[in-house]
Design a protein around this ligand. Structure first.
Ligand SMILES: [Zn+2]
Length: 324
């Protein structure tokens, strides 16, 4: 098998091709060494279709990028994909894209891009690469980054470098257990961080405890966040419980590998102080040893392009490159 996922050669001097593949959209871009998006393309993910149909959408995105005059200079491809991914085999099996199971995405993108080298990482690792390159973890040699949305993902920077692990999933904090006898999780485990802090679970817990959506019927975590900001005690409590779970997971990670910053992004992080207030407080009660006590928690800074920038970073810019 060609060693497509070996560290990509430093792309120079042109941009890299970045792909951000999720359950709702497939985004692509040409990204330069400063993190500027020079061209972009986007398609909805035909997530309920067969695997080849999903791949056609990826190829359509790549086709639009290939129409750019900058395409010929682009040297490498980075992919951040919804997980699970297996970077060692170059395959993806995104939970929300049932048509892709052990789908050979790296080989297919390698072929679709004229033989360019392809690097694959999970979306949590991609976001981590973006935050370390251009965002809130910049300048931190040991960092944990979290994506808190429908699911809870994450990634690690250790010793100044992105640490994707053998299969590209290292730092996947959502499925470590913080509640030994807790509720069963979709992953087969029990009491996982995601089961307590994922957006749908924040909303579910609020509803179970008596919170009711407003006249618009919006029962999302964002609606619970709005209620919490307005002082609804049940909504506040649901976010506090989520924050507690995240804090326990972050503190455990810090004790394990000595990170000094935790960056939290994703849709649920958009709740702002409703989440970050109790998160900082909870962290003080879980991260107590001298070497984790100075751990700080901050919101992510790379915004909606985090996936694309992270894919570009993983392809050779920034944290995995020699010039970082
Ligand atoms: Zn789980």
């Amino acid at each position: 098998m060609p060693r497509l996922t070996d560290p990509a050669p430093r792309p120079s001097p042109g941009p890299v091709v970045a792909l951000d593949i999720g359950g709702t959209k497939i985004a692509g871009a040409l990204v330069d060494g400063e993190g500027r998006v020079l061209a972009r393309s986007r398609r909805p993910t035909p997530a309920r279709e067969d695997g080849e149909t999903v791949m056609k959408a990826v190829e359509a995105v790549l086709g639009e990028l290939a129409a750019s005059p900058l395409w010929e200079a682009a040297g490498a491809v980075g992919i951040g994909s919804a997980g699970p991914v297996d970077a060692s085999r170059g395959t993806v099996s995104p939970v929300n894209v049932p048509g892709w199971r052990d789908f050979p995405l790296v080989e297919r993108v390698h072929r679709a891009t004229g033989g360019r080298p392809v690097t694959l990482v999970g979306d949590g690792v991609a976001m981590t690469a973006a935050e370390h390159w251009l965002g809130a973890a910049r300048g931190h040699d040991n960092a944990l980054c979290l994506v808190v949305s429908t699911g809870v993902g994450g990634g690690l920077v250790l010793g100044g470098r992105l640490h994707p692990g053998p299969t590209g999933n290292a730092g996947h904090l959502g499925h470590i257990s913080v509640d030994l006898d807790g509720e069963p999780c979709a992953c087969g485990g029990r009491g996982c961080v995601e089961r307590l802090a994922g957006g749908p679970h924040i909303a579910r817990r609020a509803l179970e405890n008596g919170w009711r959506p407003g006249p618009d019927g919006d029962a999302s975590a964002a609606a619970v966040a709005a209620a919490a900001r307005a002082g609804d005690p049940v909504a506040v409590a649901s976010f506090e419980r989520a924050a507690q779970a995240l804090a326990a997971g972050i503190a455990a990670t810090a004790a394990l590998v000595e990170v000094d910053i935790a960056v939290v992004g994703g849709g649920v992080a958009g709740a702002g102080e409703v989440l970050f207030g109790p998160l900082r407080r909870s962290l003080r009660s879980y991260a107590t040893l001298s070497f984790v006590r100075n751990l700080t928690v901050v919101p992510a800074a790379t915004g909606t392009d985090a996936g694309l920038l992270g894919a570009a970073a993983a392809a050779g810019w920034a944290s995995s490159g020699p010039d970082s």
